[in-house]
Design a protein around this ligand. Structure first.
Ligand SMILES: Cc1cc2nc3c(=O)[nH]c(=O)nc-3n(C[C@H](O)[C@H](O)[C@H](O)COP(=O)(O)OP(=O)(O)OC[C@H]3O[C@@H](n4cnc5c(N)ncnc54)[C@H](O)[C@@H]3O)c2cc1C
Length: 398
């Protein structure tokens, strides 16, 4: 197994660096690096820059406007784009529903939805989880009953990320109650402007509006919006989850967050010396850096095996657990580096345009909200306990 980059991969990395230096808007990079609030317009602006470059749809075949990157190229992009402060693409359209439509959708669905994802006309959100159906997703109850050329949908989804911006939602719905739970689920594409769809915000610990509840009251959805076959949605849902879990370890993001932590600890003082020179704090940073290096090597090992024709198996569960624990530790240390100054929450400081007084470091305002926000990493995309169950079964054979 060779984990060094080839000459072509190094040339690709140079291209990526040149692109990011020339095309990544400075205000967007500053927001990402300082953890400030990103607007919908910021995401849309960056998306269009990537689309123009042909680097937006990295999981799609070229015939639909995608680009054929190898696993190593995707890894290089992840590392470099995080280092430069590029925002991560909102995944629900381009990296989640699109691969499902490409693999299981009709030709009409491909022609209709894929260009609208690229152009930004459709902003998608994910309607999987329900109150009481998260880890045990197959128990979902949102009901779709066939009525002529339509389904009538009733029920509720929850934790719907950025649903307040979305005009389309892909949903798992129950179309059959007579069979085993997994065999009565269908995959439905729903226009959020249809009468009967209501989006209600959930405000999280960081004070932000990132997730929502979505209610369906007698929502009429054309049968043409069914992906694949009725009652076969569980297969498509699982296929989508393999895409959702790709990259959840967030190695590139953790590397960027670690260098941010070091910069903050270099500026903060303790007993007249930079905090980063304090033996206890330096030891904590060193430990998380060692853990990150180990996770990064495991990541490269998995990538090398995929390039060699293997498939990422339970190793990606292991990587998700370690990667998210590391990220949470870094956000914890970053908050601790500010000490009591991390305590006050001045919401306005999350806007890059804020010109008022900063209580501490100008990066400081975002550190506590980020700490709270990053608690989500060990819950979504399959909670860490569920990933550990997979590792126990598939790797340890218990
Ligand atoms: C910020 C955020 C954004 C999200 N965005 C979306 C979204 O856009 N769309 C969407 O559909 N969903 C979304 N989710 C939902 C997410 O997928 C679920 O929260 C997750 O699957 C866990 O389900 P749950 O919340 O119902 O918890 P539960 O499944 O009730 O779990 C509660 C606790 O019990 C543990 N547990 C459960 N079963 C087992 C078991 N068998 N063995 C050991 N421990 C177990 C869990 O690990 C957890 O600690 C989001 C969640 C968060 C926090």
């Amino acid at each position: 197994m060779n984990m060094n980059y080839t000459a072509d991969e190094l040339a690709f990395r140079d291209d990526v660096r040149t692109f990011l230096e020339e095309k990544l808007p400075a205000d967007i990079a500053a927001k990402v690096k300082q953890g400030r609030r990103m607007s919908r317009a910021d995401h849309e602006r960056w998306q269009q820059i990537l689309v123009k470059q042909g680097w937006y749809a990295t999981h799609w075949p070229e015939e639909y406007g995608g680009v054929k990157w190898t696993a190593v190229q995707k890894h290089i992009w992840d590392e470099e784009s995080c280092r430069y402060g590029a925002p991560r693409s909102i995944p629900f359209g381009v990296n989640m529903v699109a691969p499902v439509i490409i693999k299981f959708g009709s030709e009409e669905q491909k022609q209709h939805y894929l260009p609208r994802i690229l152009s930004g006309e459709h902003w998608w959100c994910q309607g999987y989880s329900e109150p009481g159906s998260g880890s045990d997703l197959a128990s979902l109850k949102t009901r779709a009953v066939r009525d002529g050329d339509h389904y009538i949908v009733n029920g509720q989804k929850t934790w719907t990320t950025l649903g307040q911006h979305a005009n389309m939602i892909f949903c798992l719905v129950r179309t059959n109650t007579e069979v085993k739970a997994q065999e009565g689920i269908s995959f439905l594409l729903i226009d959020m402007d249809t009468p009967g769809v209501t989006v209600r915000p959930i405000i999280t610990l960081d004070g932000e509006h990132e997730v929502n509840e979505v209610f369906f009251d007698d929502v009429k959805v054309p049968v043409d919006n069914l992906v694949g076959e009725e009652d076969k949605g569980w297969t498509y849902a699982k296929y989508l989850l393999t895409y959702e879990r790709t990259g959840l370890a967030g190695i590139g993001a953790s590397k960027a967050a670690l260098s941010h932590l070091k910069a903050i600890a270099g500026r903060q003082q303790k007993n007249g010396r930079p905090l980063i020179e304090d033996p206890t704090f330096a030891q904590r940073i060193a430990q998380v850096e060692i853990d990150l290096m180990a996770a990064s090597i495991s990541n490269l090992r998995i990538i090398a095996s995929v390039e060699g024709g293997g498939v990422p198996g339970a190793e990606s569960s292991m990587l998700k657990v370690r990667g998210t624990e590391i990220r949470q530790t870094i956000t914890d240390l970053s908050r601790r580096a500010l000490g009591p100054y991390a305590q006050p929450f001045v919401e306005e400081e999350l806007d890059l345009a804020y010109e008022g007084e900063h209580l501490s470091d100008e990066d400081g305002a975002a550190l506590s909200p980020q700490y709270f926000n990053m608690r989500k990493l060990s819950i979504f995309g399959g909670s860490n306990e569920i990933q550990k169950n997979i590792v126990t079964k598939m790797i340890l054979g218990l």
